[in-house]
Ligand binder design. Sequence first.
Ligand code: ADP
Ligand code: MG
Length: 398
Amino acid sequence: MKLDTRAMRHLAAEDWKVLTAVEQGSKNHEIVPTPLIEKLARLRGGASGVHKSISALAKVGLIARVKEAKYDGYRLTYGGLDYLALHTHASRKAVYSVGNRIGVGKESDIMVVADHSGKQCVLKIHRLGRISFRTVKSNRDYLKNRNAQSWMYLSRLAAMKEYAFMNALHEEGFPVPVPIAQSRHTIVMSLVDAFPLRQISDVPDPASLYADLISLLLRLASHGLIHGDYNEFNILVKEIKTTAEDGTESIKLEPVIIDFPQMVSMEHVNAEMYFDRDVNCIKRFFTRRFHFTPTQPGPFFKDAKKTVGKGGLKRLDATVEASGFTKKMLKDLEAAIKDKEGDKEGREGANDEEDDGEYDEDEDDEEDSEEDGDDETNGQPLLSDELSKGLLQDEPSI
Ligand code: ADP
Ligand code: MG
C-alpha cells in the first residue's frame, strides 16, 4: 500500500477528531457503530458535523463503511492509521514533510521524510497484517478477540518492539540508526547514508568486513540478544574515507544494523537455532558473493552463551521487557512473524538460482519512482497551517 499524503492538508480539525474517534472505537469494536463515533468525537456541531466528517474521511479512504454488518458502522483503514501516526509525528515536530519511498517490503514501507529544519530522516511504516491475515486466522487462539483489528495491533507491536530495541542498542553504542520517534505502527529514525550489503558487488577486504559482522553478532549475544534476521538486506554498509598521515586515502567499510522486530533473547527456547541461522546467513552470503570462506568454524552458540552479561554487561533483552512489552505481546508478535518467515523462505528459495546481485524489488521500484515523481506532496508540509500550530494527538494505549 502506498502512502499518499495528498489529502492530509485538506482535513479540518473536526475530521481529525472523528478519525481519532474511529481509532478509539476500534479498540473494542471490529466495526465502530456510527453513534459511538458521534459520542467519542464530541464535536460541537453534534451529529451533523460528525456525518460530514465521516463522508469526508470515507471519500479519501481513511475509514471504510462496512455494509454487511448488522449495524451501520465504519472501520479504520491502513491509510487512516497512517494519517493518525503522521499527524502525531507532525504535531511533535518529528516530521514536517514526506518524500519518496525508498524501500518496500512485504511488511513495511520505508519513506524519506524531513523534519522542520529540513533534515532528512526515515519513516518506517509497519504493515504486518499485509500478509498475516492468513496467519492471524490460523492463530486465533492468540488473537481471539482481535482478528479484525489484528493488522493494526500486530503492526503497532512490531513498531513498539523495534523502537524499544533501537533505543536500547543505540544507547549501548551499537551501530544502528538513531531512533527519533514512534507512533502507532510507525517509527522515525535517522537516515543512514549507505547501501544494503545486498547491493554491494565487491569489497576490498571481505575477511575484515566478515570479522566485523561476526563480532557485532557476538557483541549482541553478550548483551543477551540475537538479531534473528541478520542478512544482506538488514546490514547497511557505510563507506568511510580516511586519509593516512602520508596522504594515502583508503576506504573503511562500516556496517550499520537495521530491522529489529524479530529480535530474540539468548534465553529463547529456540535461541540456538536463531543464532546459528544468523551466522550461516552471513557465511553463505560471503561465500556466494565475495567467494570468501572463513577458515575457522563457528562461532558457536554455547560459547556465545557463556558471554551473556559477563563483566556486568547490560542485558538488553531484559531492558526491552522492562520497557512495557509484556510476554503476551511478544508471543503475539512472534506468532505473526513466524509465518512471515515461512513466506520469506519460499520467496528466497525461488530466487536462489538467479541471485545475480540485482536488487529484488527493482521492478516494483521503477513503477513507484514514476508515481513518486508525480507526487505533488513531495516536500510539502503535511498539515494545513492552522493545524500545524495546533493540537497534539493523543496516542491510544494498545
Ligand atoms: P523490512 O522490515 O521491510 O525488511 P527494513 O527495516 O529492513 O524493513 O528496511 C527495508 C530497506 O529500507 C532496507 O533494506 C534499507 O535499504 C532501507 N532502510 C531502512 N531503514 C533505513 C535507514 N534508517 N536508512 C537508510 N535506509 C534504510
Ligand atoms: Mg529488512
